[in-house]
Design a binder for this molecule. Sequence first.
Ligand SMILES: Nc1ncnc2c1ncn2[C@@H]1O[C@H](COP(=O)(O)OP(=O)(O)OP(=O)(O)O)[C@@H](O)[C@H]1O
Ligand SMILES: [Mg+2]
Length: 361
Amino acid sequence: MTSVPPRLPPAIELRRVAKSFGTVQVCRDVDLAIETGEFVTLLGPSGCGKTTTLNMVAGLEDSTSGDILLAGRRVNELSPVERDVAMVFQNYALYPHMTVAENIGFTLRMRGMKRAEIATRVTAIAASLELSHVLERLPAQLSGGQQQRVAIGRALVREPRIFLFDEPFSNLDAALRVKMRAEVKQLHQRLGVTSLFVTHDQEEAMSISDRIAVMNRGRVEQFGTPEEIYARPATRYVASFIGNPQIELMPGTVEAADGRPAVRLGAQVLPLPGDGRFRPGQKVEIGIRPEHVRLGAGDLSASVRLVQPVGPLSHVVLDWDGGSLTATLPGFSRLQPGERVSAAISPDDMLVFDQETGLRL
Ligand SMILES: Nc1ncnc2c1ncn2[C@@H]1O[C@H](COP(=O)(O)OP(=O)(O)OP(=O)(O)O)[C@@H](O)[C@H]1O
Ligand SMILES: [Mg+2]
């Protein structure tokens, strides 16, 4: 007889979770299933409900309706401690009069764990976070990044089933943020603790996550891998939230040119993929990512407005009679403002959205 191994329930599952504060609904219809060991990010602008969602998973906030399950067990009524989750917040206040070792071991002491075992655990965590050489220092004697790692160590030392992060790097400078991103990702690769991470920074989300839930006004608009949400955004909103420089969106109307679908943008007509997705007269919005604009050939005539070198790439903003367009070119561009260029966009690279619903066609 062959036996199929039983499928584990998701480590974290939200089923039609909603939250209202008084009459204001801030989360609605949130459905998410996060597998054991996954690193998932809630991404969205300020006020979209990321922290509220995370707090409902942690048990710091009640949901108004819906179910929250951890490892298949409904936990709506359980306290944060009973849920066995650890959180790292944006404002990770360390105890200023305690050493790094004491800060990391604090929750274990509170639980009455034996000194020797606390020391073993703290030593191991400190080594994995490269804090071994600062264990006897006070928080004031640490850099911002080291303080952040102490806060992570304090949460990790409990060996939680689940790790929740709420914008943990937002108080750090840009360079340190990028460094901490890599450290948290490596830590996750090593320890494999299921993690739910909140940020409003799309690049941070893209670089760190197995999957991203893009939130908009209390709802999850798309839940997918970084590649899926970048290359195949479900909606115009997701397309415009992800990517730097932003995708260029232009309203247009589908028409037939020589029996093939095309889109009119201002005075220009650009061919669309001929796969039957479009019908003449349809009001659409065309999305073009900067790396898909090829300069030096093609039917689009444009003039250079602005050249912004960013090291390995240059972002070139173009004006044409359909609007503006940004192209990303390798290296330092020699183009000058006012220069005329021709540009080409492959129909297969265009993202086409329904103007009314915002859904990708
Ligand atoms: N206790 C509360 N009472 C009333 N409204 C609240 C409360 N907490 C949050 N809100 C509102 O709920 C909405 C979602 O807030 P939330 O903190 O979840 O957003 P967020 O996505 O984490 O934003 P940010 O990126 O700014 O942290 C906001 O409009 C906020 O004003
Ligand atoms: Mg928040």
